[in-house]
Ligand binder design. Structure first.
Ligand SMILES: NC(=O)c1ccc[n+]([C@@H]2O[C@H](COP(=O)([O-])OP(=O)(O)OC[C@H]3O[C@@H](n4cnc5c(N)ncnc54)[C@H](O)[C@@H]3O)[C@@H](O)[C@H]2O)c1
Length: 372
C-alpha cells in the first residue's frame, strides 16, 4: 500500500483537549492524512474545525452515522482507512461498533467503553471481522517506558515484588472546573467511575504493560471530595498481582496544585526502577549494591527498546505528543501489513473495564478483596 493512510475523526471540536493532540501526533510520522470527520455535536463548530484543516466540505458530516454511510458511499480508494474516536466515554462503544461493523479499522480513546460487556462485544466484532483496533493508552508510547518494560523482561529487576503508581492531578479540586470537567463526573457520559476511569486506567494499563503481570485482586477506596459530584474524584487501590507481586495505585484529580504527576515505581528482588512523566526522558535504576543510575533517552547505552521509540538526539526533549505519535506509527504499520502490532488493543480494553468494575464494586461493598 504505497500511499498515505486516510483517517477520519469523531470528536476534537473547538476547545476540545485531546482531539488536537491526536491530529498533531497523527501528522508526525508523515503517513496519515485526516480526510473526514464529525468534530462535535454542533455542525457549525464542527465545520469550523473542518475548514481550518482544509477538509473537503462534503466530508465534514453531521453525525457519526452519516459519516459511516457517507464513507461507504465513496469509492474504496477514497474512503477512510480508520477512524479516531476522541469523544467523551459514552460514545466510544457505539461509534466503534458502527465503524467496525461497516469494515473500518478503529483507534479509540480510553476507557474503551462503559462496561466490560460492551468491551467484550467489541472484541467479538473485531475478531469476526478481522479488523484492527487500537486503544490510546499513550503512556506506553514513551521511549523510557518501553525501556523499563524491556529491562523487566530481561530480568534486570529479578522477581517483582512491589509496584507503586501515583497519578495526581489538581484540576478538579474546585467545583466548577469547566466543561471538560463536567462530563467527567456525569455517569451518563463518563460511566461508572470518574477519576479511576479517567486516570486510574492509565495506571492499571501501564502496570500490566510494563511488568507483564496481571492484576488479579483489588481492594479499593473511591472518594468524592467535591460536593455534588456523582462520581469519584479520588481513589486508592491495593492490588494483588500474578507471581505474588503486590501494588498500590494512588489516583487523584483533587490533589491541589499537582500537574500530571504520573509516577511508576517497581521493586524487584535484584533492583528497582522509577519513571516520572514530568521527566519522561529518564529512567532511574536502583539496587542495594551500587549508586542510583539514571538512564537517559538518546544515549547508546540506554537500550534498543528506547531507541526504537525515539526521534531526536539526546537533550532535545521528546514528550507527550511524541508518545502518541509512536502509537500511531505502530498502528499505521499494522494497517499496512494487515496484522496487529505492538500497541494497546481490545484485550487491554476488556482488562481495563474489568478492573474498573471490580474497583467500583469493591469500594461500594464490604468485600475485602475482589477478583478481577
Ligand atoms: N489518552 C489520554 O491521555 C487522554 C487525555 C485526555 C482525554 N482522553 C480521553 O479522550 C476523550 C475526550 O476527552 P477530552 O478531554 O478531549 O474531552 P473534550 O470534552 O475536550 O472533547 C470532547 C469532544 O467530543 C465532541 N463530541 C461530543 N459528542 C460528540 C458527538 N456525538 N459527535 C462528535 N463529537 C462529539 C465534543 O464536541 C468535543 O469536541 C475521553 O474519552 C477521555 O477519556 C485521553
Amino acid at each position: 500500500m504505497k500511499r498515505k493512510i486516510r483517517m477520519g475523526m469523531i470528536g476534537g471540536g473547538p476547545g476540545a483537549f485531546i482531539g488536537e493532540v491526536h491530529r498533531i501526533a497523527a501528522r508526525m510520522g508523515g503517513q496519515i492524512d485526516l480526510v473526514a470527520g464529525v468534530f462535535g455535536r454542533d455542525p457549525k463548530k464542527s465545520r469550523e474545525i473542518a475548514d481550518s484543516l482544509f477538509l473537503c466540505p462534503d466530508r465534514c458530516y453531521a453525525d457519526y452515522a452519516s459519516m459511516v454511510a457517507g464513507e461507504l458511499g465513496l469509492p474504496v480508494n477514497e474512503r477512510i482507512d480508520f477512524v479516531c474516536i476522541c469523544t467523551p466515554n459514552h460514545l466510544h462503544f457505539p461509534v466503534s461498533k458502527a465503524f467496525l461493523e461497516a469494515g473500518f479499522h478503529v483507534l479509540c480513546e480510553k476507557p474503551v467503553a462503559m462496561s466490560s460487556a460492551e468491551a467484550l462485544a467489541l472484541q467479538k466484532i473485531i475478531e469476526s471481522k478481522g479488523l484492527l483496533f487500537c486503544l490510546m493508552h499513550n503512556y506506553s508510547g514513551y521511549p523510557m517506558i518501553q525501556q523499563a518494560r524491556q529491562a523487566i523482561a530481561d530480568g534486570m529487576l529479578g522477581r517483582l515484588r512491589k509496584i507503586n503508581v501515583e497519578y495526581s492531578l489538581g484540576w478538579l479540586a474546585a467545583p466548577n472546573a469547566g466543561k471538560q470537567a463536567s462530563w467527567r463526573v456525569d455517569p451518563k457520559q463518563a460511566g461508572i467511575s470518574g477519576c479511576m476511569a479517567d486516570i486510574g486506567t492509565h495506571a492499571q494499563h501501564l502496570i500490566e504493560h510494563v511488568t507483564g503481570l496481571k492484576i488479579l485482586q483489588i481492594s479499593a477506596d473511591l472518594s468524592t471530595f467535591v460536593e455534588g459530584r456523582a462520581l469519584d474524584d479520588d481513589g486508592s487501590v491495593m492490588m494483588r498481582l500474578s507471581d505474588g507481586a503486590r501494588g498500590v495505585i494512588f489516583a487523584s484529580e483533587v490533589a491541589t496544585g499537582e500537574e500530571n504527576n504520573f509516577i511508576l515505581k517497581i521493586y524487584g528482588d535484584k533492583a528497582a526502577l522509577e519513571w516520572r512523566q514530568q521527566t519522561p526522558e529518564e529512567l532511574i535504576i536502583r539496587s542495594n549494591d551500587a549508586p542510583m543510575q539514571i538512564l537517559r533517552r538518546g544515549w547508546p547505552g540506554t537500550g534498543e527498546a528506547a531507541a526504537k521509540f525515539s526521534r531526536l538526539p539526546a537533550g532535545h526533549p521528546e514528550g507527550f505528543i511524541e508518545a502518541f505519535a509512536n502509537i500511531y506509527d505502530a498502528f499505521v504499520e499494522a494497517i499496512r501489513s494487515g496484522k496487529p502490532g505492538d500497541y494497546p488493543g481490545i484485550e487491554e480494553g476488556v482488562s481495563e473495564m474489568r478492573f474498573l468494575e471490580a474497583v467500583v464494586a469493591n469500594s461500594n461493598g464490604n468485600e475485602k478483596w475482589t477478583n478481577i
